[in-house]
Ligand binder design. Structure first.
Ligand code: PLP
Length: 396
């Protein structure tokens, strides 16, 4: 009889979004007249920008004409999009060649698939609280996971140490769920640590476009030595509203070599074996994001979300509540007041003011006592949620 991958039995059930869904449903059934203010969603609410829509339409029309029709696309990505993304890096002073850029169907797919490049006996470091897929993808492969807790004492940005030694190092900056962003100095320590141990950093830059403070690194390749120890995984999901359209990109430097194996060459081989490229239409839509008009339009949308963040931060500042994130990220990570647990605070907000967020405990044990707000909702709901938060928590 066939033996399934028994590591799936080691996966912990993810109760986070299931529980949130169950609790909100039960609340609405009991209180059908109430409206919920959903500040927990990680999905965007604004549509694709005009430039992208136009490019998508044009690409659809191309597919109707023999002379302009495209069949299979090159597996690592269309040359026009690899060049556009390469230029996006170079225009910011980051020296990335077009051959180092790979087009993907999104960061989630890539974060899972990229693990093919590493031996199953390799270990993976996950800095917690963390995006849950990092742990689960490695559990499925049977890898040993090193959990490194972060906390308020280091602003949820821990430094490398002996207990953080592992082969694969996940770093997410700006972070989901904490919104914390590594400074150059702090990130450089991880780059040096990876180089000296022969590890590889998987740098999740899904939220790089939300960084506004000059000097904060938007790409790990801004740092000295990163090309010999890092892979960067990006997404247009939050940057440009591609959550349902699906497009991302990954940078694998040619200089990333371990035991004579070049990871860039390996990934070309992997993609040509396991994919047939991302749709021409979607890649055309993605390229429009990087045009001057596209950049202007996505910046307007990001600005909209950032104003939501500002409104929530203003409320928390007024209340004197500790939080991080918000300024350079679409997430705000707050400390639950009065020593409340994160689910206790969730229930409290739901019952008293109908505001729904995400309990921090769902992102790892050290997230207990914290709560995440996302700013991807509507302005009207955010204004009302901020008002209700102030009213409720001021009474304390
Ligand atoms: N990485 C992080 C940190 C995320 O928060 C998300 C989505 O929420 C992803 C990756 C996945 O992005 P994509 O939509 O490109 O799969």
């Amino acid at each position: 009889m066939i033996t399934p991958n028994m590591h799936y039995a080691d996966l912990k059930n993810s109760y986070l979004f299931y529980n949130i869904g169950k609790k909100t449903k039960a609340y609405l059934e009991a209180n059908p007249d109430k409206k919920l203010y959903r500040m927990g969603i990680g999905d965007v609410s604004l549509p694709l920008c005009e430039s992208v829509i136009k490019a998508l339409h044009e690409a659809v029309d191309d597919q109707a004409v023999k002379e302009r029709f495209h069949g299979y696309m090159p597996e690592p990505g269309a040359p026009f999009l690899r060049a556009t993304i390469g230029e996006y890096y170079r225009s910011r002073g980051v020296n990335v060649t077009d051959e180092e850029v790979f087009v993907s169907g999104g960061a989630s797919d890539e974060l899972g698939d990229i693990l093919d490049l590493f031996d199953r006996s390799s270990s993976a470091l996950v800095i917690e609280p963390a995006y849950p897929a990092y742990v689960d993808a490695n559990v499925m492969a049977g890898r040993r996971i090193v959990h490194l807790a972060s906390g308020i004492e280091n602003g949820f940005l821990p430094e490398p140490s002996d207990e953080a030694k592992a082969d694969i190092l996940y770093i997410c900056s700006p972070n989901n769920p904490t919104g914390a962003v590594f400074t150059r100095e702090k990130l450089q320590k991880w780059v040096d640590f990876a180089n000296s141990n022969g590890s590889v950093i998987l740098f999740d830059a899904a939220y790089e476009a939300f960084i506004e403070d000059e000097g904060l690194p938007r790409s790990i390749f801004e740092l000295e030595g990163a090309k010999t120890c890092a892979i960067e995984i990006c997404s247009l999901s939050k940057t440009a509203g591609f959550t349902g359209t699906r497009l991302g990109y990954t940078v694998i430097p040619k200089a990333l070599v371990r035991q004579g194996m070049c990871f860039n060459d390996m990934w070309v081989r992997n993609r040509t074996t396991k994919t047939n490229g991302v749709s021409y239409i979607i890649q055309k839509g993605g390229a429009a994001v990087f045009t001057p008009e596209g950049q202007k339009q996505i910046r307007e949308n990001i600005g909209y979300y950032k104003e939501n963040a500002r409104l929530l931060m203003e409320a928390l500042d007024e209340l004197g509540i500790w939080y991080c994130g918000g300024k350079n990220s679409p997430y705000i990570w707050m400390k639950c007041p009065d020593g409340m647990g994160s689910w206790e605070f969730f229930d409290h907000l739901l019952k008293e003011i109908q505001v729904v967020g995400t309990p921090g405990e769902g992102f790892g044990a050290c997230g207990e006592g914290y709560f995440r707000f996302s700013v991807f909702g509507s302005r009207e709901d955010t204004i009302e949620a901020a008002r209700r938060l102030k009213e409720l928590l001021r009474q304390k």
